[in-house]
Structure formats: structure tokens, C-alpha cells
Ligand binder design. Structure first.
Ligand code: EPZ
Length: 420
């Protein structure tokens, strides 16, 4: 398994281009199943989660191919197989996103129940309740979800999500666009990736109002048509690079990033002593003075994103004072804590709360990545650690970051990726 050898101490300076958002791409690839015509997506990141999703789409009979210039061409005209098998779904939970489009287009679907993962149990009850609210019959048998509609397909209805789940909001939206009549989705997530899915569906001919708010209204249509859509940029990648500049006392222009997509991250970084402001190409991040410890609590968008919690914790390990970090979205998203401890961080855990006491500096060690965002947190900490750190199992990184090591090296980092 590949590993990264990182010699800390260099400032991250210059500029870096963020890619398209992985978590916008995944639902939009699934959305291709809703149409018998071609869907072309642009600004698609070259990361392994996308490859896994393309594998699943081909299994379902979709022509799914990458095209030059970070593009994808999808054609579900020939799609028939409505079963998403365990051996693909177990690799990536986001596979559950094919359930709604399969059901909406074909009237039935069998999708393996996704397992949990390093950050939590990851239940899907809200997805299933959303489909039942539109008239679906959902049963579980032998580890598979079996959903089907009565003869005349899904019917419009009211979906009330008990929490603003990103995935369940996307499931509800994709089911509603082909349902007969009007659907109302209440307590929907407001994440930019949900709004971008809605924009893609509207380009395909769907009728959606209120995307980006807690209430979406959908008028079902008979069929969707050919469309092209370019993905929004990846706000979590952008936030990760912002923290790379902050943790090394550097200055970095993050091209293609949008401050408003970072929600409350901008305010948190400023409170911590980091300067961040929009430019006409994206975002500028500078840290020249001392880092100040601040408290954060992860929340649904536009609150502090759980996907940046580990990265922000790395920053707080060398801040002045003590930082209280509460993880309210997932039940066990602290796998990075013991690994940060190996680098000399002083962190104690109490349930879903971490107390991070700032230390003067981190020291290099061998550490192990456990999940996508924990991996990048260790890379960021290693950039600031004295000496040479080795981060093992960096295949986790490749799930969501395109060419991370090369991009950081171009900004002054001393990183070597070693195969094997
Ligand atoms: C999406 O996951 C993202 N993944 C996650 O990013 C992200 O961390 C998460 O949203 C929160 O922002 C994709 O978009 C592919 P949720 P999702 O449904 O949709 C509970 C990354 O690193 N819940 O908003 O699975 C759930 O257990 C990944 O890129 C239910 O209880 O997140 C969690 O505690 C990690 N029942 C909370 O809601 C359900 O049916 C938020 O989950 C669904 C979710």
C-alpha cells in the first residue's frame, strides 16, 4: 500500500486549483439513471470514489465513460439491471444514491444495504422513509433493500426529514422529479451539493423550487432529457488547502473556491488568527501571526462541516490555548485523534467532544490513515511537524483528493509518495 513521506517546516505558498466536488458528482452520476438520454458532466474530479460509482453504473447497464477534460458521458438508455450488488455497495456507501432513480424510472430496485464505515453506523432509514412517503413499498431481505412501486409508479407527496440529511435529501429529490404530481420536501439539507444536484436535474427537465433552502417543491414530469452540467467546486478540498496554508504560516490563493460554500469555516479561521478573503479567482488565505485556539461544533450546512473537523483539529494542535471540538453529525469521527497524538498533539476525548490543548510544535512520526478526511488531517499535521513523517494507507486520500501530494509540492511542501 502506498505511503507518503512528508518533511515538515515548509510554508505553503502560491496558488492551487480546486477540483469539482466529489460529493456533487456522486448523486449526479446516479441521477443519469432517471433519464433514457445522455447526461454529460463537467469538472468531474479524478478520484477513486467516482471510479467506484462508474463501476456500479456499468453494472446497472449504463454506458458510463470518462472523457478528456475532466468530463463524464453517461447514457442510461440501455439500463435494465435494477440490482446494485453487495460487492460494489460495500466499497462505498454513496452507492445507496442509485436506489431512488432506479425506483423512479423502473418501478423497482434491489440495492444492497450499505455497511457502516470508520466514522459511524451510517443508517439509511431517512432515505427509505422518503421513498415510502411517495408510495413505495420497501422491504429488507437477505441484506438487500427491495423497493417497488404500485403499477403506476411513484406519486407526489410530502416528505418530512427528521434531520437535514444530505443523502436523504438527494434521495427524496431524485424520487420526486418523476413522481406523479407535486412533492414537498421539508427539513431538507441546504448544502451546495444538494443545490447543484437540483441544478443538474433542472437542466435535465425537472421542475424544482427552493433548492438550497429547508423546503423544496417538486412538480413531477413524465421524463427527463439530454443535458450537460458542470459541477461546483469542492468546498472540502478548498477548506483543506486553506488549513494547509494556515498550519504552515503560509499564504495561498485557492482558485475556484467560494467563501460562501465554506459556511462558517471562514469565520472560524478568522477567529483563529487566519486572514481569509475572496479574490476574483477564488479565495486568499494568509497566516502570519500566532494561531489562537477556538471552539467549534460541527453542524449541517451552513454550520461548520463535519468533513473539515479533522483538518481543523490538526490546526488547533499548535494553537495558543485549548480548543473544544464537538462532533455532532457522526458518532465516531475521531479516528484521527490517536494518530495526531503520535505526532505530539495533546488531545483528550470525552464522548463526542475533543479537548485540544495547543503544544509548541509537533514532531514527526509514523502514522496511519483510517478514513478519507482523517488521512488529509495527518498530511496537514505532518506539514507542520518537525522532521520526516510517514503517513501509511494513503489510498484513503485517493478517494476524495485529486493529486494532493503534487498540488502541495507545487506550493512548497516536501512530500514524496512511495508505492508499495
Ligand atoms: C454526506 O454523507 C457526505 N457524503 C459525507 O461526506 C458528509 O460527511 C455528510 O454528508 C455530512 O455532511 C456524500 O455526499 C457522498 P447525512 P451522508 O445523511 O449523506 C444520519 C466525505 O468525507 N443519518 O447528512 O451519508 C447519519 O448517520 C463523506 O466526503 C441517519 O440517521 O450524510 C449521520 O449521523 C463522509 N439516517 C447524519 O445523519 C439516514 O437515513 C448525517 O448524515 C441518513 C443519515
Amino acid at each position: 500500500m502506498d505511503r507518503m513521506i512528508i518533511r515538515g517546516g515548509s510554508r505553503i505558498e502560491g496558488s492551487v486549483q480546486v477540483c469539482g466536488a466529489k460529493n456533487a458528482a456522486l448523486p449526479q452520476i446516479a441521477a443519469a439513471l432517471l433519464s433514457a438520454e445522455r447526461l454529460e458532466l463537467g469538472n468531474v474530479p479524478e478520484v477513486s470514489d467516482i471510479d467506484t460509482m462508474l463501476l456500479l453504473m456499468r453494472e446497472l447497464g449504463v454506458a458510463a465513460n470518462r472523457a478528456p477534460g475532466h468530463r463524464l458521458v453517461l447514457d442510461a438508455g440501455g439500463a435494465r439491471n435494477t440490482q446494485a450488488p453487495y460487492d460494489i455497495v460495500r466499497k462505498m456507501r454513496a452507492s445507496i444514491l442509485v436506489l431512488a432513480p432506479l425506483l423512479a424510472r423502473f418501478g423497482s430496485a434491489r440495492v444492497s444495504q450499505p455497511g457502516g464505515c470508520a466514522i459511524g453506523a451510517r443508517p439509511i432509514d431517512l432515505h427509505l422513509k422518503a421513498l415510502e412517503a411517495l408510495g413505495a413499498q420497501v422491504d429488507m431481505e437477505a441484506g438487500y433493500i427491495h423497493a417497488r412501486t404500485s403499477g403506476d409508479g411513484l406519486r407526489g407527496g410530502r416528505i418530512v426529514l427528521s434531520s437535514p440529511s444530505v443523502g436523504a435529501s438527494e434521495t427524496a429529490l431524485m424520487a420526486a422529479v418523476l413522481a406523479r404530481g407535486e412533492s414537498e420536501i421539508l427539513n431538507a439539507g441546504r448544502d451546495p451539493e444538494i443545490s447543484d444536484l437540483a441544478a443538474c436535474l433542472v437542466a435535465m427537465g425537472a421542475r424544482i423550487e427552493g433548492a438550497g433552502t429547508h423546503r423544496m417543491l417538486v412538480q413531477g414530469v413524465q421524463a427527463l432529457h439530454q443535458a450537460r452540467h458542470d459541477l461546483i467546486t469542492d468546498r472540502i478540498e478548498a477548506g483543506s488547502y486553506a488549513i494547509a496554508a494556515a498550519i504552515t504560516g503560509g499564504h495561498l490563493e485557492i482558485l475556484g473556491a467560494h467563501l460562501e460554500h465554506l459556511g462558517s469555516v471562514g469565520a472560524a479561521l478568522e477567529s483563529a488568527g487566519v486572514q481569509i478573503w475572496p479574490t476574483d479567482r477564488g479565495l486568499m488565505v494568509v497566516r502570519s501571526g500566532p494561531l489562537q485556539a477556538i471552539d467549534i461544533s460541527t453542524e449541517p450546512y451552513p454550520g461548520f462541516p463535519t468533513d473539515l473537523q479533522a483538518q481543523f483539529m490538526a490546526l488547533m494542535t499548535i494553537a495558543r490555548g485549548a480548543s473544544v471540538i464537538r462532533e455532532t453529525v457522526f458518532e465516531s469521527r475521531f479516528m484521527h485523534v490517536p494518530e495526531l497524538g503520535r505526532l505530539g498533539a495533546n488531545i483528550s476525548l470525552q464522548g463526542s467532544t475533543a479537548l485540544v490543548r495547543g503544544v509548541d510544535g509537533l514532531r514527526a512520526a509514523e502514522v496511519m490513515a483510517t478514513d478519507l478526511r482523517a488521512s488529509v488531517c495527518l498530511v496537514l499535521a505532518a506539514l507542520a511537524a518537525e522532521g520526516e513523517t510517514t503517513v501509511h494507507r494513503i489510498y484513503h486520500l485517493d478517494r476524495g483528493y485529486e493529486l494532493l501530494d503534487r498540488k502541495l509540492v507545487q506550493c512548497g511542501a516536501n512530500i514524496q509518495r512511495v508505492a508499495g
